[in-house]
Design a protein around this ligand. Structure first.
Ligand SMILES: CC(C)(COP(=O)(O)OP(=O)(O)OC[C@H]1O[C@@H](n2cnc3c(N)ncnc32)[C@H](O)[C@@H]1OP(=O)(O)O)[C@@H](O)C(=O)NCCC(=O)NCCS
Length: 193
């Protein structure tokens, strides 16, 4: 967390509040995100000045009242709907083409989560992994999902609407709507009926 963000937000890791400095922090967070041509932010999006937003060669779009907390990082091809929040030090990386990350509305993503829509190719054991390329696959998080802290969501996964993912889970397979899933690998332990 940057010293400037700390001062402006008075130690709050969310860029919220009515004070002049909090409003300046939000303005600065937006300004830093919008310096990139392929970033679209709804008017009421709140971004901490020390969150990182970079579309690389993709596009980032974030809907009304959504929030990126201090230390959050959103890169590449990513859309986030309305009323969603991305907490501290969560990393979201999407890839143009087949590796987009689509996050719906009213989604809660707790701190230290990783949502990265690619895997390294490692088919050839005789060549370095770093030279074998990437295999992007899309990640979709539907509306009204709560993702606990320290979760990892792997490429190709869809998390159905109304689901809850327990803290520390590793989600390697898609999760049907209205599920509670926990563990590594994440398993559905009950449905929210
Ligand atoms: C998943 C969670 C919401 C609890 O859901 P629940 O349906 O009430 O589940 P329960 O507490 O009844 O637990 C059911 C079983 O799952 C296990 N379990 C619960 N959460 C788990 C987790 N995160 N990882 C692994 N196992 C978990 C329990 O130990 C229990 O196992 P048992 O049946 O063998 O005793 C909660 O444990 C959790 O992970 N919350 C996230 C907290 C968080 O990240 N907060 C960040 C700020 S928003």
């Amino acid at each position: 967390m940057s010293v400037l963000g700390n001062i402006l937000c008075r130690g709050n890791t969310w860029p919220v509040g009515r004070t002049l400095t909090a409003r300046f922090a939000r303005w600065l967070g937006r300004l830093l995100a919008l310096r990139h041509r392929n970033v679209e932010l709804a008017r009421s999006v709140m971004i901490a000045p020390d969150a990182r937003v970079n579309p690389r060669d993709g596009r980032i779009a974030i809907g009304e009242r959504s929030l990126l907390a201090s230390g959050a990082m959103v890169e590449g091809e990513v859309t986030i709907g309305d009323d969603s929040s991305v907490q501290n030090y969560t990393i979201i990386v999407g890839y143009p083409g087949n590796g987009a990350v689509r996050i719906g509305s009213k989604v809660r993503i707790a701190a230290h989560t990783m949502i990265v829509a690619t895997n390294h190719v490692f088919a050839d054991p005789n060549r370095p992994i770093h030279g074998q390329g990437l295999k992007p696959e899309p990640i979709t998080i539907e509306d009204d999902v709560w993702i606990g802290g320290n979760v990892f969501i792997t490429a190709g996964v869809t998390i159905g609407s109304g689901s809850v993912i327990g803290a520390g889970s590793v989600v390697t397979r898609s999760i049907p709507p209205r599920s509670v899933a926990v563990g590594a690998p994440a398993r559905v332990i009950r449905r929210r009926e």
